[in-house]
Design a protein around this ligand. Structure first.
Ligand SMILES: Cc1cc2nc3c(=O)[nH]c(=O)nc-3n(C[C@H](O)[C@H](O)[C@H](O)COP(=O)(O)OP(=O)(O)OC[C@H]3O[C@@H](n4cnc5c(N)ncnc54)[C@H](O)[C@@H]3O)c2cc1C
Length: 398
């Protein structure tokens, strides 16, 4: 990569070098296109963590299908394996019932159910791989200011004053996408009125390479295993409850967390600093407008209860990889329309499913708790059904 390269006209421009945009840019460069990547963060802030840095608070459960894409792109082998934690079991249970669902990779003939990786690590490795590509110019530290398009090209100006153009623009600039807003892509969106609290915690018992999730009536609580033996928690809670939890001092939060998790990993002995995120869903009504295509969180957003947000984004990249030809003009209306149709349907179904699950598990009525219990024990006894659920969640179905 030639960062100060003067090139300003590209085959494809990608806005946003998050996990989805950076992997899309890498995939497009491998297809032989000249790619410009515009990222508002500076290169200095996109460096990987040092080996002895504490674990970042933002982590993702990466599905086997996403791992497959990242391996094909040469990214997965470049991750610091010492900071990646595979999990081969998943245990799900709920408040107000006795049933539990247990997924085991061995029983389901899978090598693993997924891997927990820090977002920062994955993004940093993607960016350093982009820097190594001669076909890619990374314009880091440049936020998008204005976008215009006509029949032949898309033109973009950055806060830095630089102007660039391309035949196709892929917007991967996240949930509050400036590209989507500026070009007035219509959007369906809703608030869950929940916040997700994240932190890394120590427990007296080992996590056993297991992803744990307890559905509380105020929202799901997940413990995800980290390679250093800690667990990353994602505690989604109704706004008021989340505010109360965030206001607690460390000791009170530690005790509250252990009780909410029913001490499944023994006592919670230490909690890192906490951060909280507002939760909502969104789905772009249109993904392709002229020469501009939305992908990743710019196009769709789901509840984190199933750990699928970035995996859906990698699914976008994977389908683009399959549908776009190698070389030539990257702006092909037919495959892009097909991409839009297929991914819009798939991601919208996921959005609805996760919203439905959030609703079902949020109902305090005892008859619904009994129904959930029945459903969970039925699923738990059906190996074929569990295999189907896991292969769909991992993106490995069909
Ligand atoms: C608490 C929580 C837990 C989650 N856990 C999981 C999980 O376990 N598994 C999972 O699959 N998903 C998970 N998700 C969802 C996941 O984090 C997102 O889906 C994912 O980060 C989206 O990636 P992206 O690259 O599309 O967007 P982003 O990560 O938002 O990246 C967008 C990029 O664009 C850049 N950008 C933005 N605006 C501009 C601009 N104007 N100009 C230039 N650049 C710009 C940003 O700096 C950023 O680098 C979780 C989400 C939350 C909130």
């Amino acid at each position: 990569m030639k960062e100060n390269d003067a090139q300003t006209d590209f085959d494809v421009l990608v806005v946003g070098a998050g996990m989805v945009g950076a992997s899309a840019a890498l995939m497009l460069a491998r297809k032989g296109w000249r790619v410009g990547v515009v990222e508002q963060q500076s290169l200095a802030s996109l460096r990987p963590p040092a080996a002895d840095d504490p674990y970042d608070l933002r982590v993702s459960a990466i599905s086997p299908a996403s791992r497959g894409l990242l391996s094909r792109l040469g990214v997965w082998p470049a991750l610091d394996a010492g900071r990646v934690c595979d999990y081969n079991q998943m245990r799900v249970w709920h408040q107000g019932g006795k049933a539990e669902m247990h997924f085991d990779s061995a029983l389901l003939a899978a090598a693993r159910l997924g891997s927990i990786v820090e977002n920062r690590l994955l993004q940093a490795v993607l960016v350093s791989q982009l820097q190594a590509q001669p076909e890619v110019r990374l314009l880091a530290g440049s936020a998008v200011r204005r976008i215009e398009q006509d029949a032949d090209a898309v033109r973009l100006s950055c806060e830095s004053g630089e102007e660039v153009s391309a035949r196709l623009l892929i917007a991967a600039d996240g949930r509050e996408s400036v590209v989507r807003e500026q070009l007035k892509f219509p959007l369906w969106r809703g608030a869950y009125r929940q916040r997700a609290i994240v932190a890394n915690v120590d427990t007296t018992r080992a996590h056993g390479h297991t992803a744990w999730q307890r559905f509380l009536e105020t929202g799901p609580l997940a413990f995800l295993p980290l390679a250093n033996g800690q667990s990353s928690i994602v505690w989604s809670a109704d706004e008021e409850r989340a505010r109360t939890l965030m206001d607690l001092d460390d000791e009170a939060f530690r005790l509250e967390l252990g009780a909410a998790f029913e001490q499944r990993l023994g006592e919670v002995t230490a909690v890192s600093r906490r951060a909280a995120f507002d939760l909502g869903w969104h789905a772009a009504e249109r993904w392709l407008d002229g020469r501009v295509l939305l992908i990743g969180d710019a196009a769709h957003g789901v509840h984190p209860l199933a750990g699928q947000g970035v995996n859906l984004g990698f699914g976008d990249v994977e389908l683009l990889e399959r549908l776009l030809p190698t070389g030539g003009d990257p702006f092909r209306r037919r495959p892009l329309r097909r991409f839009e149709r297929q991914r819009k349907a798939e991601t919208f179904a996921a959005t609805q499913l996760f919203s439905g699950l959030k609703w079902i598990y949020g109902q305090p009525r005892p008859e619904l708790a009994r129904l959930r219990d029945l459903g969970m024990s039925l699923v738990d006894r059906q190996t074929m059904l569990k295999r189907w659920i896991v292969s769909n969640a991992s993106g490995a179905s069909d």
